[in-house]
Ligand binder design. Structure first.
Ligand SMILES: CCCCCCCC(=O)SCCNC(=O)CCNC(=O)[C@H](O)C(C)(C)COP(=O)(O)OP(=O)(O)OC[C@H]1O[C@@H](n2cnc3c(N)ncnc32)[C@H](O)[C@@H]1OP(=O)(O)O
Length: 222
C-alpha cells in the first residue's frame, strides 16, 4: 500500500498518519464466520496474488474517512461519530454487505468479492438492485480514488443481466478505461465465481474535485 500511495502522489507522512488511525479501527474486510467456502476460496486466491505485490488487499472500516489515505476527503460532518460508511452500516456479520476489495495498481483495476446477506433482499431470494448498485459504485469509486484522488460519482449506468442470489458470491471487477482532465471513465462487470454468469455490467464517470477546497467548500461553490 505504501508503494501504491507514493505511486498516486499521496505523501508517506499522510499515509503513516492514516495507517495509525486506521489500525485503531476494526477491519471489516477480513474473513468472518458468515463467509461461505466460495468466498473464502476466492479471498485466498487473491491473497496469494498479493504475495508478489501485483495485488493489494484493501482494508475496510466503518468510517469513510479511515478508508482513504491522507486528506483526500476533508471532514464535512461536525460529529464524525454518528457517520457510518453505507456498505458497512450493519454490525451483525453476514446479514448485509460482506465484501473485500483488492487493488491492482498497474492495471488500474479494483475487484470486490461480494456476498450479499438476507437484509439486502429485493425480489424473494435475490439481492436488491440498489445493493448491487452500491457495491458497484463503491468498487468503481475505490478504483477512481486510487487513480485520481478526490472524486465523486457523476454518472453510473448499470445493465442488470441476471439476478444475484442472496448468500452467493460474485466478483465485481472494475477498471479505469480513460482519464480526460478531471474526468475518469470506468467500467465494471459483476460475474459469478466461475465466470459463467454475467450478473451486471456498468460504466461510470467520476469527476475529480478541486484539491484546494474542502468537500464543503466545493459543494457550496456549485
Ligand atoms: C470511501 C468510499 C467511496 C465510495 C464511492 C461512493 C461514491 C459516491 O457515492 S459519490 C455520491 C454521489 N454523487 C454525487 O452526489 C455527486 C453530485 N454531483 C456533483 O456534486 C457535481 O455534479 C460533480 C462534483 C460530480 C461535478 O461538478 P463540478 O466539479 O462542478 O464539475 P462540472 O464543471 O459540472 O463538470 C466537469 C466536466 O464533467 C462533465 N460532467 C459533469 N457531470 C456529468 C455527467 N453526469 N455526465 C456527463 N458529463 C458530466 C461536465 O460536462 C464537464 O465537462 P467539460 O469539462 O468537458 O465541460
Amino acid at each position: 500500500l505504501l508503494k501504491t500511495c507514493s505511486l498516486h502522489g499521496i505523501s508517506t507522512f499522510s499515509f503513516q498518519t492514516w495507517l495509525s488511525q486506521a489500525r485503531q479501527s476494526k477491519d471489516y474486510a477480513l474473513p468472518n464466520s458468515s463467509w461461505s467456502q466460495g468466498m473464502m476460496d476466492l479471498y485466498s486466491r487473491f491473497l496469494e496474488m498479493c504475495k508478489d505485490g501485483t495485488w493489494k488487499r484493501i482494508p475496510s472500516y466503518s468510517n469513510s474517512i479511515d478508508h482513504i489515505p491522507g486528506k483526500a476527503f476533508w471532514c464535512v460532518c461536525k460529529e464524525r461519530k454518528e457517520t457510518r460508511l453505507f456498505p458497512r452500516n450493519m454490525d451483525t456479520e453476514g446479514v448485509g454487505f460482506e465484501y473485500a476489495m483488492f487493488l491492482n495498481p498497474s492495471e488500474k483495476r479494483m475487484v470486490c468479492l461480494f456476498q450479499p446477506g438476507p437484509y439486502l433482499e429485493g425480489h424473494p431470494g435475490f439481492a436488491h438492485g440498489g445493493s448491487t448498485a452500491t457495491i458497484i459504485d463503491s468498487t468503481i469509486g475505490g478504483c477512481a480514488i486510487f487513480v485520481a484522488g478526490r472524486v465523486m460519482t457523476a454518472n453510473l449506468s448499470i445493465n442488470y443481466r441476471n439476478p444475484i442470489p442472496l448468500g452467493s458470491v460474485v466478483l465485481v471487477d472494475s477498471k479505469v478505461d480513460q482519464v480526460e482532465g478531471r474526468k475518469v471513465f470506468l467500467s465494471c462487470q459483476v460475474r459469478s465465481i466461475d465466470g459463467q454468469t454475467l450478473h451486471a455490467e456498468a460504466t461510470a464517470l467520476f469527476i475529480r474535485l478541486d484539491s484546494t477546497k474542502s468537500l464543503q467548500q466545493q459543494m457550496s461553490s456549485q
